[in-house]
Ligand binder design. Structure first.
Ligand code: NAD
Length: 491
């Protein structure tokens, strides 16, 4: 199967170079994807500019009708989409279904915004004058997405963009183009006007750069690593683009001495080893009170040994492969780094090669103990199934350790003490805080994003996402029939 671009309502034809899409579970080739050029981006932007002018004039509730239809088709195809997702990305099928559901939820939620898109009415300081502010679409927006959530993140961005009256060009990650292809087929089937939704495949350096530099792309919404995000911000800043960045994390679960330890272990396992540790919100640090450290470690080890590893299409598997060989090597390099820094490798730390596992990219769930907060394994995003246990003596110290990294995406605390919980939710410097749950599990109607090196103040998902794709327009209507000067004719 050859995946080509969806531009101006058509599947792009003509000569192009293609690259293989591999199944991370077994190395098999699933498809080939077009590696697009700057000219392809130019064609998509030209179509989008034209289409957006008309799309912005379609009443928002009518725009929303397309989203209801997209949601309906996604729901109808949920199992098929989940299987495509698991094959190209590797996450276990149960999580694949969950991610598709997130996209469905987002479609219906944002469709509801078509009948809200609330602005404000407010009194004027002058007599016989009316004032209001409304959300206005911005124009053509560029969406750049990562491979670890190939559909959910795209829906967090494209659906608010659409309902607000923008047209978009979406560049998915080269590793996971199949979900974008499936979504483009849905955009085509629901009859979105040509040019409103465009998908251009290819590399970040070629397609991403061309989108950021194009004078007619007004907004860039990026999700990916902090290194790439800062490059996007630098280039986008030079071209005066509105840039929304959602980037890396180094998320921690805090386990206090009064926690329900069984529940804490459930939360740690799900958020550390789900998606093989490749979630931006993955738990990669466990900050544990010294009084329960030994017991928690023992319980964690017992449960880690029972984790089944393999192809995510097998319903019994709990931990799937990581995305590619480069990721395997990056994860593995941190084992040596951890050991050299003096951390204690308790379990894991190996690339799995037994039998069929050798065909895919599998890494053993790994636990380090005796980790100090400033070690590289406790500071840098490893993006794999590797957890560091850090011992602390108090809630204050736990919060300080949690906050002592450059990222600020997600954090969690397990405790039964309401005073500790309320202090923690106030003082944890992350965009998302969980109480008595792991670091993952965002719901689409709340804002998603992080502080510090994780973001630049914008949010995906929730009503907050509309702020990325709209401008506020303030409108004053004077019905006094005379010149009334603000701040002067107020007496
Ligand atoms: P990445 O930064 O390598 O790539 C992300 C996207 O940017 C891809 O589409 C890629 O092709 C593109 N890109 C690469 N170089 C570019 C450039 N110079 N200009 C424009 N675009 C460019 O990230 P990844 O490996 O695909 O994803 C994993 C990262 O994403 C992790 O750091 C993870 O924490 C982060 N992430 C963050 C969130 C969040 O919401 N905060 C969610 C998911 C993933």
């Amino acid at each position: 199967m050859k995946l080509t671009n969806f531009i101006n309502g058509k599947w792009q034809e003509g000569e192009a170079s293609y690259t293989a899409v591999l199944n991370p579970a077994n190395g098999e080739q699933l498809a080939e994807v077009r590696m697009s050029t700057k000219e392809d981006v130019d064609a998509a932007v030209e179509a989008a500019v034209k289409a957006q002018k008309k799309w912005a004039l379609v009443p928002a509730p009518k725009r929303a009708d397309y989203l209801y239809e997209i949601g309906r088709l996604m729901k109808e195809r949920k199992e098929h989409l989940a299987q495509v997702l698991t094959k190209e990305m590797g996450k276990v099928i149960e999580e694949g279904r969950g991610e598709v559901q997130e996209g469905i939820d987002m479609a219906f939620y944002m469709a509801g915004e078509g009948r809200r898109l609330f602005g404000e009415t407010t009194p004027s300081e002058l007599a016989d004058k009316f004032a209001m502010s409304v959300r206005a679409p911005i124009g053509v927006v560029g969406l750049i997405t990562p491979w670890n959530f190939p559909v959910a993140i795209a829906t967090w961005k494209s659906f608010p963009a659409l309902v607000a009256g923008n047209a978009f060009i979406w560049k998915p990650a080269t590793e996971t183009p199949m979900m974008a292809y499936e979504m483009a087929k849905i955009f085509e089937e629901v009859g979105l006007p040509s040019g409103v939704a465009n998908v251009v495949f290819g590399s970040g350096s070629e397609v991403g750069t061309a989108m950021i530099e194009h004078k007619d792309v007004k907004v860039i919404s990026f999700t990916g690593s902090t290194d790439t995000g800062s490059k996007v911000a630098e280039l986008g800043g030079k071209h005066l683009k509105k840039i929304s960045l959602e980037m890396g994390g180094k998320n921690a679960v805090i386990v206090m001495e009064d926690a329900d330890l069984n529940l804490a272990v459930d939360g740690i396992l799900w958020s550390a080893f789900g998606t093989a540790g490749q979630r931006c919100t993955a738990c990669s640090r466990v900050i544990v009170h010294k009084d329960v450290k030994k017991e928690l470690e023992k319980m964690l080890l017992e449960r880690m040994e029972k984790l089944t590893i393999g192809d995510g299409m097998d319903e019994t598997v709990k931990v799937g492969p990581v995305i590619n060989k480069a990721a395997l090597e990056k994860i593995h390099s941190y084992i040596q780094i951890g050991k050299e820094e003096g951390a204690n490798l308790v379990v894991g730390g190996t690339i799995l090669q037994d039998g069929d596992l050798a065909k895919g990219n599998y890494y053993a769930p790994t636990l380090f103990t005796d980790v100090k907060p400033d070690m590289r394994i406790a500071q840098e995003e490893i993006f794999g199934p590797v957890v560091s246990l850090i011992e602390v003596e108090s809630l204050e110290e736990a919060i300080e350790v949690n906050n002592g990294v450059k990222f600020g995406l997600s954090s969690s605390i397990f405790s039964r003490d309401i005073n500790k919980i309320f202090r923690a939710q106030r003082d944890l410097d992350t965009g998302i805080v969980y109480v008595n749950a792991g670091t993952t599990g965002a719901e689409i109607h709340l804002p998603f994003g992080g502080t510090k090196g994780t973001g630049n103040g914008h949010r995906d998902s929730g009503v907050a996402a509309l702020d990325v794709y709209t401008e506020w327009k303030s409108i004053y209507i004077d019905y006094s029939g005379k010149l009334q000067r603000a701040q002067i004719d107020t007496e």
